[in-house]
Structures are given as structure tokens and as C-alpha cells.
Design a protein around this ligand. Structure first.
Ligand code: FAD
Length: 502
């Protein structure tokens, strides 16, 4: 049986739930459903279970624009974020629209019917289900859920201990009294070090090169003060959000315009926290601040465990795993019972789903984003892709709002089809991530990601203020989008059970 909805959302993470809320909030009057591969809501925040998992963005900006985050913690633990997303879904009556355990594999657009046909596999039964929809929305995040990035190291087969990846953390893994080596220097490694050092005999962070990290208070003093003064949560959230968006942008801009000064301040603060006995070489990256994401350290927990010796940092290259640990190029050997390969993500668009437009395969890597939301040459489809140099949600919210504006514009004008078509000169050779951040996973992902545009609405600015105007205020029909009322548009006959009009 084919099930039909007006809008089919793929993914029930932060973006998919947010998208569904916006459909309701903006009274689009469209029926919708969400296909979610997992058996629960939350995406990233349901998948990742390593010790200490937390956000690296402040919650005033990582939370949805329309739903205040009530806590005072600046960064939040993974399970709290999962609860927040889940509660948002409950509050907006979204949960019953989700079909869990369904992996979308293919989406085919037909201009004759002005509809998408989506194939999904019920991962429990292996059965294929067919859905049709007028609009397709990809909220699948930006990485491969099945495979974290896990390089193979020489001599791994000789190692007598266990090797795990943070993306596939074994339930109940007991590391008490063990000597742990965490390979990597990103936000995950920086979180794991303090989180594991309580129970482990010792934790060593083994990095090829250092990352910038900066301390911030675990609790937001302004939020704590306002809460004590009984200021309503909505107001605290609004003020905190405005402040943090501005602060974050200012630090980012300053890092671009005056990297030397920012570097000096960041490294000076690290020196004060780790003390005189720790070699600053382990904290001094070769690149400038914000060439890669700046890591946040609540109450300096990472620096504290390095200072008190519960954890240490080694900057070197792996020569080979041995039976008892890892031998480095310098000749040093680090003994280990457990190795955590915090080596990152494998980037992927659309959760591995393939797209076709009138029988022609769409290679996402060759496309550009119109306003960072609509894929060029793909009718009636949008992809939610958040910020990587700020909170993902800031952009996800704006993009979802914009998409609802497009839907309402179409309804008001009797239109059924919208498409953004780029010219060759609108397309740059770089990926949307590649030219702004130099992190390894961003570079590896160049093969999968959408291209950066060269001008106007094709150029992704990665800037909230710029996008707020572009997506929230600028007119919808400004001459680049093509709209039509498709003559062949068919009326669906079997609405999806449980789907409701937003
Ligand atoms: C460890 C970690 C920490 C992070 N911390 C931050 C942070 O602090 N700040 C920040 O801004 N960003 C952070 N990010 C990025 C983070 O992924 C986003 O912030 C945000 O959670 C993305 O939400 P999403 O819903 O777009 O994607 P996801 O959270 O990835 O959710 C995608 C959903 O789509 C589903 N899905 C995928 N493919 C299919 C398919 N084919 N069919 C059906 N369902 C599918 C998945 O199962 C999943 O539920 C972090 C990422 C990681 C891995």
C-alpha cells in the first residue's frame, strides 16, 4: 500500500522534530509524517553514549528558537538534550507522526505527477514500504550513522586490549582501573579525558596535533542570577540567546580578523590553568583559532585532570600497536588496556538515501544550496543543514521557518511546484564546509558535501545575522525560484494513517 502525506520528513533528530514544529507553528495546513530509522527520537543525542557526552555549544543557542531551555548549565549532557527534543515532540503532538525503524533508501521525483515516491525499509522486518509526498525534507544530519571514521592502525591485531569508537560505545563498558588511551584531540577526546579519569587508572590523550580549547563556566552566572530573581524562563532564554549569538559571532570574527591576539589570549588562559609543569606544545595548534571548531571546557575540567596528573597528553604519531599498548614514532610506548579511537565522523548527506528527478540520478555533491536550504535542480525538496561554526539549531530553525514561508506562499498562489535552478557560474569547486574549516573530517567529507555557491542566495555565509534576513525577511519570489501549478498533479487517495494536518 502506498501512503501519502503532503510533507515527508526524513529523520527525527533535532532538525526533523524542529521542522515538524515549524509546520504546525506556521499553520501550513499540510499533512506530514516523519520516517526515522532508529527506534527513538533524538538522532545524534540518542546515538552517542560515551562517558560525559555533552553539547559543545551553549544551550541558549543550541535550543530551539521557539522553546526555551530551562537549565542554567551552559553546555548540556547528551541525555538532557535527548529529553528536550523528545519533550518538544510531545508538546507539539509530533510523536504519533513518526514511523520508527524505517530507513529511507530512495526518493524519486516525477514531474508528471508532481510527487515524490519514497522507498523505505522496515529494518526489523526487512519489508519495503512505499510513501508518496508533495514535498520531501531531508533532516538526516551530516554523517554516516553506521560507520564512524576509524582509521586502521598498524599492528592492531597484536594488541591484547580492547579498541572502541565513541560512536559505537559498548553498553556497560567497564574501564575501572584500566589504562586508557584516547586517540584524537577534538571535542570528544576533550570530553572523554575528565569523564573517564575518575574510574580509570590513567587516561592518556594521544594527539597528532593540538586543538584550541577554552574554559567557560559550567553554569551561566547571568542565568543563575536571573533565575534566583524569579525572572521568567522565557525572558532569561531570550536575553541569553541574543547575548550568546552576538558573543559567539564576535569571537569568530575576531579570530578571523586578529588571529594572533586571540591565540595569545587563548593560550595564556590555558597556561594559567594547567600550571608551569605542563608542556604548552600540547595546547598550541599550528592553525589559527576557528580554522577548526573551538572546543569548550566547562569549569576547566579538562585542564584540571591534566594538571593533577590523572590524565596526560602526548603529541606524537603512532608507529604501531603492540601487545601492551601503542608505540610512537618517537620510540616511546604508552601502555594501554583500552584504546578509544576518537577519530571522528564519516560525513554523509541525506543519510545515504539516493535521489532521482524524472529518472535522472541526483549527485548531491555536484549541487548547490539555494539559501542553504533548497537543493538546486531538485523540485519540492529541502535539506536542513545547520551551522558548523555556531550552533546547528540556529540555522536549522531559520531554514525550517523559510520552508514554511515557501509552502504558505505556494498555497496562497495556487502553486504546486517550486524549484531552484543554478547556473554553472553559481557553483564553486569547494564544499559548503571545506573553505571555512580545516578539520580532518571536513576535508574528508568534501567528496560527499554540497558545493558552496559563488554569489547571492547561493553563497552560504555561515552567519546567523546574514541568514536571518535572507530566510526570514527577504521576499520569497525574488526571481530565482521557479514556481508552477503542475497540471499533472494528482490527488492522493490513501492518506498515511496517523498523519494529521499541521
Ligand atoms: C558527538 C557530537 C556532538 C555534537 N555537538 C554539537 C554541538 O554542541 N553543537 C552543534 O551545533 N552541533 C553539534 N553536533 C552536530 C549535531 O549532529 C547537530 O547539532 C544536530 O544534533 C544535528 O541534528 P539533525 O537532526 O540535523 O541530525 P541528527 O542528529 O544526525 O539526526 C538525524 C536523524 O536522521 C535519521 N536518519 C538518517 N538517515 C536516515 C534515513 N536514510 N532514513 C531514516 N532516518 C534517517 C537518523 O537516524 C537520526 O535520527 C554534534 C555532533 C556529534 C556527533
Amino acid at each position: 500500500m502506498t501512503r501519502h502525506v503532503d510533507v515527508l520528513i526524513i529523520g527525527a533528530g533535532l532538525s526533523g522534530i524542529g521542522m515538524a514544529c515549524h509546520l504546525t507553528r506556521q499553520q501550513t495546513g499540510r499533512s506530514y509524517a516523519i520516517l526515522e530509522r532508529r527506534t527513538s527520537i533524538g538522532g545524534t543525542w540518542d546515538l552517542f553514549r560515551y562517558p560525559g557526552i555533552r553539547s559543545d555549544s551553549d544551550m541558549f543557542t543550541f535550543g530551539y528558537d521557539f522553546r526555551p531551555w530551562h537549565g542554567t548549565k551552559v553546555l548540556a549532557e547528551g541525555p538532557w538534550i535527548r529529553d528536550y527534543i523528545e519533550q518538544t515532540a510531545v508538546e507539539y503532538g509530533i510523536t504519533e507522526h513518526i514511523r520508527f525503524g524505517r530507513r529511507a533508501t530512495t526518493a524519486r521525483w516525477s514531474s508528471a505527477t508532481a510527487m515524490w515516491t519514497v522507498e523505505a525499509i522496515d529494518e526489523q522486518t526487512g519489508e519495503t514500504e512505499i510513501y508518496t509526498c508533495n514535498f520531501l525534507v531531508g533532516c538526516t544530519g551530516y554523517y554516516d550513522y553506521d560507520n564512524g571514521y576509524r582509521p586502521r592502525f598498524p599492528g592492531e591485531e597484536n594488541f591484547g586490549g580492547q579498541i572502541v569508537h565513541p560512536q559505537h560505545w559498548p553498553e556497560g563498558l567497564d574501564y575501572s582501573g584500566k589504562r586508557v588511551v584516547v586517540i584524537g584531540s577534538g571535542a570528544t577526546a576533550i570530553t572523554l579525558l575528565p569523564a573517564m579519569s575518575d574510574k580509570a587508572a590513567h587516561v592518556t590523550m594521544l594527539q597528532r596535533s593540538p586543538t584550541y580549547a577554552t574554559t567557560l563556566p559550567a553554569d551561566d552566572p547571568m542565568a543563575v542570577g536571573m533565575k534566583l530573581a524569579k525572572v521568567p524562563a522565557k525572558i532569561i532564554y531570550r536575553i541569553g540567546r541574543i547575548r550568546n549569538i552576538a558573543l559567539q559571532r564576535m569571537i569568530y570574527q575576531l579570530s578571523r580578523s586578529n588571529p594572533k591576539a586571540v591565540k595569545k589570549v587563548l593560550l595564556g588562559a590555558v597556561r594559567m590553568q594547567v600550571g608551569a609543569n605542563v608542556d604548552m606544545r600540547h595546547f598550541t595548534p599550528t592553525y589559527n583559532p576557528w580554522d577548526q571548531r573551538l572546543c569548550m571546557v566547562p569549569n576547566g575540567d579538562f585542564f584540571k585532570v591534566v594538571r593533577n596528573g590523572k590524565a596526560s597528553i602526548v603529541t606524537d604519531h603512532i608507529e604501531t600497536f603492540t601487545e601492551n599498548g601503542i608505540r610512537l614514532v618517537s620510540g616511546e610506548e604508552i601502555p594501554a588496556d583500552l584504546v578509544v579511537s576518537a577519530t571522528g565522523l564519516t560525513l554523509q548527506m541525506l543519510g545515504g538515501m539516493s535521489l532521482e528527478v524524472d529518472g535522472e540520478p541526483v549527485v548531491v555533491r555536484d549541487r548547490v544550496f539555494y539559501k542553504g536550504a533548497l537543493l538546486d535542480g531538485v523540485p519540492n525538496a529541502m535539506v536542513v543543514f545547520g551551522y558548523i561554526n555556531a550552533s546547528w539549531t540556529l540555522k536549522a530553525d531559520l531554514a525550517a521557518e523559510y520552508f514554511c514561508r515557501v509552502l504558505n506562499h505556494m498555497k496562497a498562489n495556487g502553486l504546486t511546484r517550486v524549484e531552484a535552478v543554478a547556473r554553472d557560474s553559481d557553483r564553486s569547486p569547494h564544499s559548503i564546509m571545506g573553505s571555512s574549516l580545516t578539520a580532518g573530517y571536513v576535508q574528508r567529507g568534501d567528496a560527499a558535501m554540497v558545493r558552496q555557491g559563488t554569489n547571492g542566495p547561493w553563497w552560504m555565509a555561515h552567519n546567523y545575522y546574514h541568514d536571518r534576513k535572507l530566510l526570514r525577511e527577504d521576499v520569497i519570489d525574488e526571481g530565482i525560484l521557479t514556481f508552477s501549478a503542475a497540471e499533472g498533479a494528482s490527488t492522493p487517495t490513501s492518506p498515511l494513517e496517523g498523519s494529521r494536518t499541521a
